[in-house]
Design a protein around this ligand. Structure first.
Ligand code: PLP
Length: 398
């Protein structure tokens, strides 16, 4: 057998695997250290009981003759597809149930959708961004071009003036920077995609965190998007489903990708489990207020972080539209990661892991509990004051 020749082009370690490895090494060396993670973007709050009950009811269904469900539809059960359609109505976006495909998470969707695209496509990816976009395309052997998201453009890259792209990734609200596009800004991307006959893969995994009035909730709020865009979304951060696994993909009927994706799913995917889809349905119908209460807990954590950063005069973005606060440390991001872990026993995510423009920056998540977030910040304050004093002496400034 011959291994996929492009696998060797991947970085040695996936970002979050490298973070976990370094934390593990630290914990092995200092088994009694109380390490607080503001690193990986996993949720911590338990599922709302209404969602748990929906899962229990669905399990009970499966134990009865009339409620038993075997293989489900590849594209998801109509009850959940329709719930997603109704979820979009609150932002006045009309989609059809045939355009909604239920997946077992947005990451899977992001990687798997690439089955539809030839290797001979140029992929445009903002830098910094969620690393799975880059890695999935490196594995597929596609040419990648980057657009710069920097402090100067508020970490919201706009379409390049020159150059061509076939597949465009947009993540808004953004992981890691927390920045979110307005519909006007997205219009520029839609126009660029239409001019290039490109497809936009729009990742809206953090849509439910949006706090600012102007931020777009969906690419389909933008005129022309139905002719060029696919939207991927997830119950992970919205409803605490990181371990339950459920997401959705919206592909307009007019796009040939709609039928191709159905074909692909029929070949390689036997559907998300009935129990999980029932839980996801409850998250959108009947459980939405409880889901929002949990999101509010994380948003409050983000506020705790940004309030402290304001007091310490730290340069940062995010925290309003996403559960991430992205701040400037001014030195190599991994050096900062190691120093913060060693001195304050806090885990962050180094910005450079999201792309070259992330170097010098660091991501904190708001996903820990309010108590642990407060503890972390109590430690962070003296750490930061000392860090600022010694930064020039101990580190190479960027
Ligand atoms: N998209 C973005 C931007 C993310 O940050 C994440 C997870 O951190 C995902 C997708 C993964 O979502 P899921 O858990 O649905 O696979």
């Amino acid at each position: 057998m011959k291994i996929n020749r492009y696998m060797k082009n991947l970085e040695e370690n996936y970002l979050f695997a490298e973070v976990a490895k370094r934390v593990e090494a630290y914990k092995t060396a200092f088994p009694n250290a109380d390490v607080i993670s503001l690193g990986i973007g996993d949720v911590t709050q338990p599922l709302p009981l209404k969602i748990v009950d929906a899962g229990k009811d669905a399990c009970n269904d499966l134990g009865t003759r009339i409620g038993f469900h075997g293989y489900g539809p590849y594209e998801g059960y109509p009850f959940l597809r329709n719930a997603v359609v109704d979820y979009y109505k609150r932002i006045k976006v009309d989609i059809d149930a045939d355009e909604v495909f239920i997946t077992d998470g947005a990451k899977n969707g992001i990687g798997n959708i690439l089955d539809l695209f030839d290797v001979d496509n140029t992929v445009l990816i903002p830098d910094p961004v969620y690393p799975a976009y880059v890695d999935a395309n490196v594995m597929g052997g596609r040419k990648i071009v980057y657009v710069d998201a920097t402090a100067e453009n508020g970490f919201l890259a706009m379409p390049p003036k020159r150059g061509h792209a076939d597949i465009i990734y947009i993540c808004s609200p953004n992981n890691p920077t927390g920045a979110a596009y307005t519909t006007e800004q997205l219009k520029a991307w839609v126009d660029f995609a239409l001019d290039n006959e490109a497809v936009i893969l729009y990742d809206a995994a953090y849509e439910s965190f949006i706090g600012s009035k102007d931020a777009a909730h969906s690419i389909f709020q933008v005129t022309g998007a139905r002719d060029c865009a696919i939207e991927l979304c997830s119950f992970s951060k919205m409803a605490g489903f990181t371990g339950v696994r459920c997401g959705w993909t919206v592909i307009p009927m007019a796009s040939p990708l709609n039928r191709l994706w159905l074909k692909r799913q029929a070949i390689k995917f036997n559907g998300t489990s009935y129990v999980v889809q029932k839980m996801a349905e409850r998250a959108l119908r009947g459980g939405i207020e409880d889901v929002q209460k949990t999101v509010e807990i994380y948003k409050k954590n983000a506020k705790t972080v940004t309030a402290k950063f304001d007091a310490l005069k730290i340069r940062y973005t995010g925290g309003v539209d996403a559960p991430y606060v992205w701040f400037y440390c001014g030195i190599d991001s991994w050096e900062f990661f190691d120093y913060l872990l060693k001195k304050a026993r806090i885990v962050c995510t180094p910005g450079s892991g999201f792309g070259k423009n992330g170097n010098g920056w660091v991501r904190f998540t708001a996903f820990n509990t309010p108590e642990r977030t407060a503890d972390a910040l109590a430690r962070f304050e003296p750490f930061w004051k000392e860090f600022i004093d010694v930064r020039e002496k101990l580190f190479k400034l960027l």
